[in-house]
Design a protein around this ligand. Sequence first.
Ligand SMILES: [Zn+2]
Length: 103
Amino acid sequence: MAEFLTQCGCEAQCEAALEALCRLGGLHCPACGGARHTVFEQNERTYGLCGHSRKQTTLIAGTIFQVTELPLTTGFLAMYLLTRAKNNVSALSLMRHLFIRGV
Ligand SMILES: [Zn+2]
């Protein structure tokens, strides 16, 4: 856990991890599926520019982070807890660990 928090403990670190995936071609353009992106920053946000369709996209477009308003740190911590657990993790347990209230 300490190592995880050292690597992904703040929004900037989580965004850098997503950016690194984008540079490795791990993310695909939601418009055309292209894997080549140029990453740039504008108004303190990081965007990707598709090398094929020239469509702009955010780093979270097409990822699980797009459908939530939770911070990236919460999403990364959830992935960490889910992948490190030896058994299943219930939704209620995950909510308690992440200090998320139900709707
Ligand atoms: Zn594209």
